[in-house]
Design a protein around this ligand. Structure first.
Ligand SMILES: [Zn+2]
Ligand SMILES: [Zn+2]
Length: 655
């Protein structure tokens, strides 16, 4: 803001896509105008239980939605368009300009989300120039990538021209014949490029990225040599790859069965728009596929990333209703695992091999090439655009660092390069680049419905459930602050050396502690018969206490759920069990004040009841027994008879 007051500057704020691969979302801002470039999603990492997709935190856009003038889409990959339909539920985008194929795919997502009326979709052709707001004009420059109909952007702003590469590699023999419009890049390079934002995905890989066509002969060899069925998995959105596989099926006299929703959707869209040419009779519905001879069958399916619900993963587990693996099958993984998916991919490969199939996978086979340029592609981009400033994007941190070294080797001074994180603000003027005050950036996790947000607390709870199990605990507490029955403790999925008796004892101690030290804050005498008790607060206090104790004593962190069953005032106190073992709790817990900590050092005697079992049954509080004494903790009461056994009478004050 201060900078803006002195000299107007262009701000470029990535909200996702940095220090990660995925959810690319970039904000361009000048004066009162905001223009978005792409809005993608990412897939969850291990430990994000029940999370389907990861979105960037868009608080910044929600707060500034009045200034959003439009969006530019570079291409139709999920990490670039997968967030748009979701965001449209939260803020409006007046217009979205993008390639035909990407917008066709986006339309399906928007229809599903019911947000078709929230924006206008404008299809662009190569070299089209669109104006967004007062300050931005964007030229779409055809580039080459694993997805068809992909663009780099030349964004002209009041401070100069920015080249935003989008995802790219230099493929001089593209499958669809649409070559990289390098002449336009060179044109802007000649005119002067203020800053280049360039794809860093493969910045660690030396050399040029091989052309997509190079996989054709390798795939052909495997398909033509296959004795039985051919099963191929790849990303549905790798349009060129899918187009080649269809071409090879035709060439080798095999009919194609498609499995997986995205595979069916993408191929239908791409054929409809002419990005893939294949005769209708090449395809056979999956239900009829078993009527064909194996040698005339090719199954193309999702699951290249080992996604548990995708077709190939289900087949590998023998859970697919229509397709079972045969020992004569040749199964080809024409994709490489996204980092993070490696384990599920190799597990799928193992299972398929154990079923006896021939599995073709891995780098040496020549059946997959990346859609992102290597170091030499990145150098060519720098050479053509000759930028004054450089910001590596679309990559994990080490990739950004590596890309910045490449730029330096090409003569871009180190001080003209910024390595940034999501939420950082790049401030550009005609003669400066700097980092401004960052904006809020983070993640939003969506569950399978894509409506429910899995917040940090829910995620933490799921992690606890998965890793340390759950302990539920029922406490019976009367409205006048008396523990009226022994707590009932129940464990699920908890591995612990401590027996249930010890856990019950600890639970008792936490309840007693809360009643002695927190009851006054948590209950309010409203003048009526019974005091107002903040039962939720009581539960939380007990949960927190037990949580800390378990972490300290057992080094486990199960999810703890405490339920309090309120008992009427006057219910006699259950005085807890004596135990020979002293409470070793070393330090009072945070915020404790005026607690009777001396109680903690009191040795307690053991009552070996039936609660040494995993589930301790809680007896009904014996309400007919009258409480004696007003101060609950110090009350001396008649011992209620529990489960047919007489508990030892003890007064807390007697310790
Ligand atoms: Zn892409
Ligand atoms: Zn991408």
């Amino acid at each position: 803001m201060t900078n803006q007051a002195q000299q107007p500057c262009l701000k470029v704020i990535p909200l996702g896509g940095l220090h990660e691969i995925g959810k690319n979302t970039c904000v361009f801002e000048y004066g009162d105008d905001i223009m978005l470039v792409d809005a993608g999603l990412a897939f969850p990492s291990d430990g994000m239980h029940g999370v389907n997709v990861v979105m960037p935190d868009t608080s910044y856009l929600r707060e500034n939605q009045k200034r959003i003038r439009g969006m530019i889409v570079t291409h139709g990959h999920e990490d670039h368009i997968g967030g748009i339909a979701h965001h449209l539920k939260n803020f409006n985008i007046p217009v979205i300009h993008g390639p035909r194929l990407a917008l066709a795919m986006l339309t399906g997502k928007m229809e599903e989300a019911g947000v078709m009326d929230r924006t206008i979709l404008q299809t662009v052709a190569p070299r089209d120039v669109v104006k967004v707001g007062q300050h931005f004009s964007v030229e779409f420059i055809r580039n080459t990538h694993s997805m068809a109909d992909s663009f780099s952007l030349a964004i002209t702003t009041p401070v100069g021209t920015v080249i935003f590469t989008g995802d790219f590699k230099f493929d001089h023999t593209p499958v669809d014949g649409e070559t990289f419009d390098m002449a336009r890049l060179a044109h802007y390079g000649e005119q002067g490029v203020l800053c280049l934002f360039s794809d860093s995905t493969n910045s660690e890989v030396p050399g040029f990225c091989p052309p997509e066509r190079s996989v054709f002969p390798c795939l052909d060899r495997h398909i033509s040599q296959a004795e039985g069925r051919v099963i191929i998995t790849t990303f549905a959105s790798s349009i060129h790859r899918v187009a080649m596989i269809l071409e090879l099926a035709l060439k080798n006299g095999r009919k194609v069965g498609l499995l997986g929703r995205s595979m069916l959707n993408v191929i239908a869209k791409a054929r409809e728009l002419g990005y893939m040419r294949a005769p209708d009779d090449l395809f056979v519905p999956i239900k009829q596929i078993r009527d064909l001879p194996d040698r005339e069958t090719l199954l193309l399916m999702t699951g290249s990333q080992g996604e548990p619900l995708a077709a190939l993963s289900r087949i590998s587990r023998g859970e697919h209703p229509q397709v079972q693996v045969k020992t004569t099958d040749t199964i080809i993984f024409s994709a490489s695992p996204i980092p993070g998916n490696t384990i599920s991919v190799v597990n799928t490969i193992d299972r398929l091999m154990m079923l006896g199939a021939k599995v073709v996978y891995g780098k040496g086979e020549g059946i997959h090439v990346s859609g992102h340029g290597f170091q030499e592609d990145q150098k060519l981009m720098l050479a053509l655009t000759k930028p004054k400033y450089f910001v590596p994007v679309h990559g994990e941190h080490r990739m950004l660092v590596c890309h910045s070294k490449t730029a330096q080797s090409m003569g871009v001074p180190a001080e003209n390069i910024l390595i940034i994180d999501n939420g950082d603000v790049v401030q550009l003027t005609p003669d400066s680049i700097s980092k401004g005050e960052p904006v809020k950036a983070g993640i939003e996790l969506l569950d399978a419905s894509r409506n429910g947000i899995v917040d940090a607390r829910v995620l933490k709870e799921r992690q606890q459930l998965a890793e340390d199990g759950v302990i539920t605990m029922l406490a019976v507490i009367s409205t006048d602050g008396v523990m009226a029955a022994p707590p009932r403790v129940n464990l699920r999925g908890v591995v612990t050396a401590a027996d249930a008796r010890k856990l019950s004892l600890w639970a008792e101690r936490e309840i007693t502690w809360v009643l002695e030290n927190r009851w006054q804050q948590l209950s309010r005498n409203s003048g009526g018969k019974a005091p107002d008790v903040d039962w939720m607060g009581v539960q939380r206090e007990i949960e927190i206490g037990l949580q800390r104790r378990l972490r300290r004593e057992l080094q486990v962190e199960p999810l703890i759920i405490c339920l309090v069953q309120p008992a009427p005032g006057g219910t006699p106190a259950y005085k807890g069990r004596a135990d020979a073992e002293p409470d070793t709790r070393p330090a009072p817990r945070g915020g404790r004040g005026g607690g009777r900590d001396d109680r903690r050092e009191r040795p307690e005697r053991v009552d070996r009841g039936p609660r040494a079992e995993r589930t301790a049954p809680a007896p009904e509080p014996r309400r007919e027994l009258a409480a004696v004494g007003a101060a609950p903790a110090a009350a001396k009461v008649e011992e209620p008879e529990l489960e047919g056994r007489t508990r030892r009478r003890r007064s807390a004050a007697a310790g």
